[in-house]
Design a protein around this ligand. Sequence first.
Ligand code: KIV
Ligand code: ZN
Length: 515
Amino acid sequence: MNQKVIIFDTTLRDGEQALQASLSINKKIQIARALERLGVDIIEVGFPISSPGDYNSIKMIAKEIKDSKICSLARCLKGDIDIAAKAMKKSLNFRIHLFLGTSALHIQSKLKKSFSEIVEMMLNSIKYAKKYTNDIEFSCEDAGRTSLNNLCYIVEKAIQAGANTINIPDTVGYTIPTQFKNIIQTLFEKVPNIHKSIISVHCHNDLGMAVGNSISAIEAGARQIEGTINGLGERAGNTALEEIIMALEIHKNRLGVMTQIKHKEIYRTSKIISHLCNTPIAINKSIVGKNAFSHSSGIHQDGVLKNRENYEILNPIKIGVKNSQLNLTSRSGRAAIKYRMKEMGYLEHDYNLDILYIDFLKLADKKGQIFDYDLEALAFINQQQVKKEYFKLEYFHIESKLSGLATASIVLLCGTQINIQKSTTSNGPVDALYHALNKATLYSIILKKFHLEANGEGKDALGKVDIVVKYKTRNFHGIGLATDIIEASAQALINVFNDIWKSCQVGKQLGKLNK
Ligand code: KIV
Ligand code: ZN
């Protein structure tokens, strides 16, 4: 029987720390749910000491996620460990992930300590973390550049102290597959208690080797892979989980391993994460890129028509790629919507059917036919509406003309108050609208990015607007989706204002707690 490889996802920690705008709590919960549905074994949900926002999101995710184990990152410091355990305490089953630099470079120039002090810190922190959980992972940060003698020594001591997973990160993406395989092989040869722990690897992609290095580590005996969906992460990113998972699947017999991932969820999870994290996927990206399964040259097309396997090693159906369906129109009933959502993998608690159906009918009247991607977009908007947000756009009216200024009038609900604003001094319709909305909320913001694209195909596709806004020291990401691109632009900014409002409430609450 093939041995299991544990899939450890760090999209919400290593991936999130590299985003232009940090994720709101709500987006983190949506991502955690998608990862749970994908079947990942462990979800690293954050680094709670790093910010109150991270701490709060971990608390919420700890209550929500049941099927995957959750894990939080902590330095080898008591304060970090206490806060990690406190954030996850509502979860029945959690892991604490400790890390400490082990390369001479990190020890001397970053930590300014000696190797024996590092070993001491590691031993004390593992002992301390064990009072909260038996599931301890220890990462030798910068293992890729750590001397093999030191690495073997610290790994042996960490296992003795009770770490049941030892992670070997190539933190700076320095190694190549033969070299990385040799590191893992040496650990198996030289560390006497190695079989008392699972060896994990965590590879960065600075030289484009992350997936290759991870596979070579599996060949040498590693049984946990860390990575992120779409390869998000520091600098050039982490091991792309969708790539390694499919490589393990295709070569399972050669490698003698298997995972518990639900492959059919891969495509959707990748799309959701790209959407929520505001990180587009390159069209030629392996497994999930738009062109990953399209054949351009005549010879290839001819070959595929004769037999797909001539030029395809993987049937896209396996990862959940479906052809868009044309079967929904305004004559479709609620049951048809529910059935289609279920077919696409959405559970009933992911959306509110009553609201979704009303929105569906409105869109079907405008567009005629509704595609899967439209329904998914509506489900996304639906999740925003169900949340009873503080700011709500009641009305807008825009006028713009050739060689003249644009005007915008809006009515914004702020809690229970109605705020009406007019703006007449702007260069274009979106600018006028944003001025009016901004005056109504009084938040002093800087718009750093505005991106408009079609969500789907054809001239009647929904418009999707992604914006990044700076408020005080933090960046916020907002998404808007609507048939009208001005409405989509407004929604994106309202989305941001609601996140700013919520983060101010969290700030106030924490202020109270600290008094
Ligand atoms: O890249 C790295 O070394 C890390 C550790 C915290 C595991 O992300
Ligand atoms: Zn990392």
